[in-house]
Design a protein around this ligand. Sequence first.
Ligand code: LMR
Length: 342
Amino acid sequence: MKKHILTLSLLMSAVVLAACGDDEATTSGESNGDDVQEMTIKFSHVVAENTPKHQGALAMKEYIEKESDGAIEVEIYPNSSLFGDQDEYQNLVSNNVQFIAPDLSKFVGNNPQFNVPSLPFMFDNDEEAIKFWDGEKGQEILGSLEGDGVVGLSMWPNGGKHVTNNERPIDSPDDFEGLKFRTQGGQVLEAIYAALGAGSESIPFGELYTALDQGVVEGQENTFSNIESKKFDEVQKYMTVMNHTRVDYAIFTNTKFWESMNDATKEIVEAGIDEGTEVAREEAKSLNEKALELIRERGQVEIIELTPEQIEEFRTTLEPIYDEFEDEIGADVYEAAREAAK
Ligand code: LMR
């Protein structure tokens, strides 16, 4: 039950706020003929500055402010400093923030197809994930929040996830037995840990360091850049390089805000998002590689690199998950993902 709480509460608050109306836009711009509208756009996210998401947001801000000659101001709020996992979506729905870039696996309560980044060993790298989300099925899924008044614009990758814990070195499925892991949420991640004989609980990202430090959970899975930039290695003893699931984002905006822009304004904002997409996609791999080097240098966690045989053992253990979720996620989605992963 507990594992569904974050997902459920995201969904319920969004529904409540959507029903309450959404006239609290922070933008001041009114459409004024052909001039670029003056406005302040807020972009909220939960991760640190030295991450692909923040670097993409910075590129977007720089482009939009420069090209609009300062008429549009973009305020970026990293580190859950404006909104966290619990409330960023409902605040997007009510237009208190104009852009968020959440981990897609946090939207499985709205649409189970957002479980794709959690399908075990589906994508080997960013390119394969990008190909899926840029394709027809991926775009359809990104568009599926339309009913909440939310537009899905563009996928930004972070990367493959790896498992940390403070109990024991993990190099085989049996090593998970009896441990409890924090996940981003969702049925597939929950099933992965259950298949490994472990428990799981979804905890907001902003509370994860403390949860690990206080032993609420023994471990978690994340990208190198999130582990390094949030210093999870300070409160974990072991890190297994698994690359079994992914963190991928999309830029989401509020439909009313999006439609309130005149052509001149929208052109700049759209080009700014393209700029951000390019930077996030270009930087993700190298930022994660650099983060792994920093984790190594700090020497706080023992790093376990798996052999191809050990990875195969995990792959085989987790394979039944595909059958378990085929009806919910869709054979067509599996097919599109497998095609992108070729
Ligand atoms: C997490 O909650 O672990 C990540 O999804 C955070 C993020 O946005 O990368």
